[in-house]
Design a protein around this ligand. Structure first.
Ligand SMILES: [Ca+2]
Length: 245
């Protein structure tokens, strides 16, 4: 595992350095409390009834200031995969598309997030392409995630590409506190769930709530790195992550 983690870190650094050299396709940093893209162009929007304000940012490069703070998610037991945020990006001229974003949850928000994608400007969606493995916990502030679309035919060189990040039911059964027990794919697990998940098991024993918040920062689409060898490493990492999820 150690060697795998090290390889991943090296690949991530190489990807970041290459992307910086080649240019970001589109990025939202939410500085100035706006959903207008900071770099490049694209359309960010709320879906499934969510609402949003702006809050303090992740502190990560390239900014330290502000982030997009969303709330008003679906009621417990309703609408899995329907509520969240959406980003449409024209990838014309680019291949090997990568999405990275920073994500923070409040205690009562959903712990599980899923990424879907569209190849036709949002007319239709491929759902369940990626999920975070339940990897949100308010204990550690913002988490950084990368989603690799390099293996998706049509993600690159497409004026109608886009993704949405949506809240989903826990794919596995869980017992929040002894009285809030749910089956698989039946309920949202609150982010600071006491139920499970090392190393951030959480201490919350209440139920998920619609007023929980998901905060996003540095939502970034980059093209593939130029180095073929590193592309292969990134592809392997992406495959392993999807299998693990
Ligand atoms: Ca920011």
């Amino acid at each position: 595992m150690k060697s795998f983690a090290t390889t991943g870190a090296i690949a991530s650094i190489a990807i970041a350095a290459s992307a910086s050299a080649q240019g970001i396709i589109t990025q939202w940093t939410f500085e100035g409390d706006t959903t207008t893209a900071t770099t490049g162009s694209g359309v960010a929007s709320l879906i499934g009834g969510t609402t949003a304000t702006f809050g303090s940012g992740s502190g990560a490069s390239p900014n330290t200031g502000r982030a997009w703070n969303t709330t008003t998610y679906q009621a417990q037991g309703a609408g899995s995969g329907t509520a969240g945020v959406q980003f449409l990006v024209d990838t014309t001229g680019y291949q090997g598309i990568q999405l990275s974003f920073e994500h923070r949850a409040s205690g009562t928000a959903s712990r599980w997030a899923q990424v879907d994608y569209t190849l036709d400007g949002g007319a239709s969606w491929v759902t369940g392409f990626w999920n975070n493995g339940g990897g949100l916990s308010p204990h550690d502030s913002f988490y950084s995630f990368t989603v690799d679309f390099s293996g998706v035919a049509g993600a690159g060189n497409n004026a109608g590409f886009g993704v949405r990040i949506v809240s989903i039911f826990s794919p596995t059964a869980f017992n929040q506190n002894g009285t809030l027990a749910f089956g698989a794919n039946a309920a949202y697990m609150r982010a600071n769930a006491d139920a499970r998940y090392a190393p951030d098991a959480g201490v919350g024993t209440g139920n998920y709530g619609t007023s929980g918040t998901w905060r996003f920062d540095n939502v970034t689409f980059t093209p593939a790195p130029g180095a073929v060898a590193l592309l292969g490493v990134a592809g392997l990492l992406g495959t392993r992550r999807r299998r693990a999820a």
